[in-house]
Structure formats: C-alpha cells, structure tokens
Design a protein around this ligand. Sequence first.
Ligand code: MF3
Ligand code: CO
Ligand code: CO
Length: 255
Amino acid sequence: MIKLKTTEEIDRMRRAGRLAARLLQHVSEHVTEGTSTEEIDRICDRFTESHGAQSAPYGYRGFPKHVCTSVNDVVCHGIPSEKDVLSRGDIVNVDVTVRLDGYHGDTSRTFMIGEVDRDAELLVRRTEKAMYRGIDAVRPGKYLYEVGKAVERYLSKFGYGIVRAFSGHGIGRSFHEEPMVFHHYSRANKIRLRPGMTFTVEPMINMGGSHEVTVSSEDGWTVRTKDGSLSAQFEHTVLVTEEGVEILTSLEREQ
Ligand code: MF3
Ligand code: CO
Ligand code: CO
C-alpha cells in the first residue's frame, strides 16, 4: 500500500527533508583528504542530535553507524571506519537520513577528493544528472516507471551499469516504504503517480558497464561492484505535487 501524505504530513516531510539537506551541506565541508569516514559519522551524529532529530541508519536492521559512506567501488551501505581515510582521487558517497518529528528525509551525494581521474569525474557528474532526469520525469498521472526510463535513456550512450539490486523507495513515517523505485525501466513500476506520494530517486551507477554487485560476507552490509569498477550515487527525497514534483531535500527552495 502506498501512503498518500496529508497536508500536515507533507509539512513534516518538508522539515525532515530540509534538515537532511542541511546535514549533507554541513558534512560536505569535512569530506576532505585525510578525514576518516568515522569522523564523518561523528559529525553526522552530532549535527543530527543537536537539531532534535535521529540518524535513521543507526540500528536500522542492525546497521552500526549513523551514515553510509561508500568509497570508490563501494556502491552503497559502506560502514564508516577509522581505517577508511579519504585520499586524493577517491570518490565517496555520503548518504544521510534523518528522522525529525517522526518523518524521514534521505539524501546523498558523491564527493570527489581533490583531483580525480577524468573518467571518475564524468561518472560522478553524469550520475547526478541522471538523478535529475529521473526526478524531472515525476508528474501526477504519469507512471512511476518513467523515472527509470529517463535515467536509462540519459545514461544509455555511456556504457555504464545501472544497479538493479537496490532501488529508491517510498519514505515517510517509515525509512523505507512502498513503492520500490527502479532506476531502469521495470513493469513492476507501472504505478500511477499521485499528489501526496513521497519517495526517493537514488541511482547507483557503475563505471564498468555491469549492474552486478556483491554484499560483503564479512560485515553483511558493504555493497561493492562485482567487477571492481567505481560506482557513484546521488539521492533526493521528492514529493509528487498537483503541478509536478518538489524536491524535499534541496536547499535551494527555502520556504
Ligand atoms: N540511506 C539508504 C537509502 O537511501 C539506506 C541505508 S540503510 C542503512 O535507502 F541501514 F544502511 F543505513
Ligand atoms: Co534512500
Ligand atoms: Co539514502
């Protein structure tokens, strides 16, 4: 069942989304060469706590930290660690999710540490653009699969792999709720978009051309590309409105 949010819930979603956006902005200053992902975790914890919110990843299905930090070939769900120190040429996705007043805001970006390879930079830029293509396809009355179609269409000429094993998701009172949001065309997403729906668009894109991923058997979380190639991701939480779409995790539309 897909929950349509009431006006009051939308208000809370806007506030949670804005806080998540501010958190990501705040941590971005610290995502630099020499910083460990553990430090990024602490920064997220402190900021979230001091704004009267909770880090949704913490304890979610046993996840041990407050944020996901996914470096280079890590696709998603990277666990912050003192051992992972960022160095020049790395790309790292920082994925934050806050719960404020019972509602969630979920957003991520892939940062480039210093100068990175031209190919890596292109992957990162195109992944962000792919996310916006997906978001732009959101309109009431359209089918949800237009999101995946738009992402796929834009990326088709680059030969990248679009991850299928993980998707975007409905979001609200729950961190993850229906529907799943695929970043490739899928009939499973033949779902009519209606005002009041809230979900994430968060394509994970592999440079190597294969969509295949593996989950670490050591920690049960870390997802890597099967071919060892780099992977990038961007994520926003969005709301379907009467007119189109509103990005809830953007700082640009301060109300
Ligand atoms: N933030 C991730 C998402 O976009 C989910 C992370 S689940 C966690 O859906 F447990 F790893 F935190
Ligand atoms: Co998400
Ligand atoms: Co996320």
